[in-house]
Design a protein around this ligand. Structure first.
Ligand SMILES: Cc1ncc(C[n+]2csc(CCOP(=O)(O)OP(=O)(O)O)c2C)c(N)n1
Ligand SMILES: [Mg+2]
Length: 343
């Protein structure tokens, strides 16, 4: 693991991925940041009341990984998945409407912040149950390997998840059957309010994954090209039948575990630590890099930012003008084929 915000690997400069893709990486991170920071404001204003676990600071992970995935590849997420949803191509308006509990939301207003779905772009679900997505993701990978579709499954999870038994069962089965699944561990150093070094004797998540038989790497999760290259390699291996991988992305969430506060006042982490990670902002650094190599000008970056702000405001307007679900439909979507389920 490289603790500094290292420059992109040489290959990145030499065999540059094309400019439109570089811009996509930056744009995606900006969209996630703007979405999250707008949601934070709306929570403070009590306009959004679903509990929101914000992704600010971790944008490079979702963006780098999803850039390596195909649209029809599958994605599973967690309680902190707005970024995964956006990076995989989920509709922004539908995501914002879900935050407001509206019928036009991606989960029809029934899921809230933690339960997002968009099967049209491969997002089969995000879940509030810590580690709950793991066995489902492995099951999906098993199904796709039997069908021979070449589809890959990416499952995002936090650093708290390898402390759950089901993570070990899932990793073992995935390795045993050489399944096309990628475990992306977003190690933001905290599980709710408990730091990694208070929970583990060793800082060894990637080694544990390796022991289970997963191809395992650690990357700087604030460096989007680093994340992309690790994900690209893992996706290629999975698609070619070489089995599962584990990518530990070292990163940090700027805001507290849940909601818009920073948790510093609670004595759970200190301001110096937060400031150091804010100084390593993945967006600021990548934008600076693209400007430095002449792919974008400062004006281009500002224009992109204005476009993103406009897009998010449009999503908010769409959400607040959308209807709530009809109470008469309460039991719809509860049971497949149930009396009131005609969808
Ligand atoms: C099975 C289960 N146990 C406990 C919880 C309560 N809980 C919600 S989020 C969380 C911490 C998850 O930490 P981590 O996996 O590191 O993800 P992060 O929040 O840091 O993104 C816990 C313990 C839960 N939702 N589900
Ligand atoms: Mg964590």
């Amino acid at each position: 693991m490289n603790n500094c915000l290292c420059p992109p690997p040489p290959e990145f400069r030499i065999n540059r991925i094309d400019d439109s893709k570089l811009k996509w990486l930056l744009l995606t991170m900006m969209r996630i940041r703007e979405f999250e920071e707008r949601v934070a404001e709306l929570v403070i204003e009590k306009k959004i009341i679903t509990p929101c676990h914000l992704y600010t600071g971790q944008e490079a992970v979702a963006s780098g990984v999803c850039h390596a995935l195909r649209k029809d590849d599958y994605l599973f997420g967690t309680h902190r998945s707005h970024g995964h949803y956006i990076a995989k191509g989920g509709d922004l308006k539908a995501a914002m409407a879900e935050m407001f509990g509206r019928a036009t939301g991606c989960s029809k207003g029934r899921g809230g912040s933690m339960h997002l779905v968009a099967p049209e772009v491969g997002i089969l679900g995000t879940s509030s149950i810590v580690a709950g997505s793991l066995p489902i993701a492995v099951g999906t990978a098993l199904a796709e390997s039997i069908r021979g579709t070449g589809r890959v499954t990416a499952v995002f999870h936090g650093d708290g998840v390898p402390e759950e038994g089901i993570w070990h069962e899932s990793a073992n089965l995935a390795a045993l059957k050489r399944l096309p699944v990628i475990f992306i561990c977003e190690n933001n150093l905290y599980c709710t309010h408990m730091a990694l070094d208070k929970r583990r004797v060793h800082d060894n998540l990637h080694r544990v994954a390796k022991e289970h038989g997963l191809e395992s790497v650690v990357v700087d999760g604030n460096n989007v090209p680093d994340v992309y290259y690790a994900a690209r390699d893992a996706v290629n291996r999975a698609r070619e039948g070489y089995g599962p991988s584990f990518i530990e992305c070292r990163t940090y969430r700027w805001r507290g575990h849940v909601g818009p506060n920073y948790d510093v006042d609670l004595g759970l982490r200190n301001q110096d630590e937060l400031d150091a990670w804010v100084a390593r902002c993945p967006i600021k650094h990548f934008a600076g890099f693209l400007v430095s190599i002449g792919i974008l000008s400062k004006n281009d970056v500002e224009e992109m930012q204005r476009g993103v702000s406009f897009e998010i405001e449009e999503a908010v307007s769409f959400a607040v003008s959308s209807p709530f679900p009809d109470p008469a439909d309460l039991t719809r979507y509860v049971f497949k084929g149930g009396a009131s389920n005609d969808d």
